[in-house]
Design a protein around this ligand. Structure first.
Ligand SMILES: C[S@@+](CC[C@H](N)C(=O)[O-])C[C@H]1O[C@@H](n2cnc3c(N)ncnc32)[C@H](O)[C@@H]1O
Length: 286
């Protein structure tokens, strides 16, 4: 805790009192902003701020070329704050400082707005909202309502686990015993009681008809022997008004994918995929 006697000595100086008054009215101020408000030179202001910092009444933070000052949460300062604030009435400069502070804060906000004004329309295709698509995906998964989801061809269950954080229940289906074993262990380790792995084929998933709200096929459909059957199966397990979400590759010519990734189909054309969906009974295809 700062010394009260020493603090009283420090605030007896009018400039330091003005500084403390200013900082008591805002979160923090840069030295440049304080200069603008008080209309004093930098070295004079810095020397007063340094004394207040040494006494434990203010703290500083460096950001790039700027140093920002703020009041500390010191107990002695808390006791002295009513005196500091009351003294504003006796300081002829206090009213001016209050207005100048408003101007400085306004300028700071204008600068931030100007920065984005300049950027509008320039983010372009390379821009990534939230700075990372992974971040955006996590954000969106947090908005999943309390629904029942079937993750068909779930693999290790990365998506299943993200869904299980909010969903009522997630049923992860895969036809690889090892994936089911690994995914089940992982779900258990992470404490997911609403995530259940089932061994099965996505063309005939071991899930009762009309029981799930969302069927997800993420990078799974191109592995199915009969993708049309898989889409029809997804339709069958959905409740009335349920939805299917398919994430897959656009039709491509990379033949090696069959060997390299055990892909059965080299992606799908959009019309082809639409036909599977409509033939299965889906409407409002996007
Ligand atoms: C590329 S991984 C996709 C994993 C996960 N869905 C994702 O998006 O990261 C494909 C998964 O589908 C599974 N799979 C392939 N054919 C399947 C089938 N006929 N029935 C069920 N699962 C199948 C594979 O075992 C593998 O785990």
């Amino acid at each position: 805790m700062a010394s009260i006697v020493n603090s009283l000595r420090l605030i007896a100086d009018e400039t330091r009192l003005r500084l403390l008054l200013l900082l008591s009215q805002t979160e923090e101020l840069s030295v440049v902003e304080v200069q603008e408000i008080l209309g004093m030179g930098q070295s004079r202001i810095s020397s007063h701020l340094a004394q207040l910092r040494r006494a434990g009444l203010v703290q500083d933070r460096r950001a790039g070329k700027n140093i920002y000052y703020a009041l500390t949460d010191d107990a002695a300062l808390a006791q002295l704050r009513p005196i500091i604030e009351a003294s504003a009435k006796e300081l002829p400069e206090a009213a001016h400082d209050r207005v100048a502070l408003k101007v400085a804060v306004q300028k700071r906000n204008d600068r931030a707005r100007e920065y984005f004004n300049q950027l509008a329309g320039k983010f372009g295709r390379a821009y990534c909202p939230g700075r990372s698509w992974t971040g955006v995906a996590h954000l969106l998964f947090a908005l999943v309502p309390e629904i029942v989801v079937a993750d068909l061809g779930a693999g290790e269950g990365t998506l299943s686990q993200l869904l299980a954080k909010r969903a009522k229940k997630v049923i992860a289906v895969d036809n690889s015993e090892k994936m089911v074993e690994f995914g089940s262990d992982l779900a258990k380790k992470h404490g997911f009681k609403n995530l259940e792995y089932r061994l099965g084929n996505l063309e005939a998933p071991p899930i009762p008809a009309g029981s799930v709200d969302l069927a997800l096929l993420s990078q799974a459909l191109h592995h199915a022997e009969h993708p049309a059957l898989a889409v029809a199966a997804a339709y069958r397990i959905l409740k009335k008004g349920g939805r299917v979400a398919i994430l897959d590759l656009v039709q491509h010519q990379f033949e090696e994918a069959r060997e390299l990734y055990a892909d059965r189909w080299l992606g799908f054309s959009e019309p082809g995929l639409r036909r599977f969906l409509e033939d299965a009974g889906f409407r409002d295809v996007e």
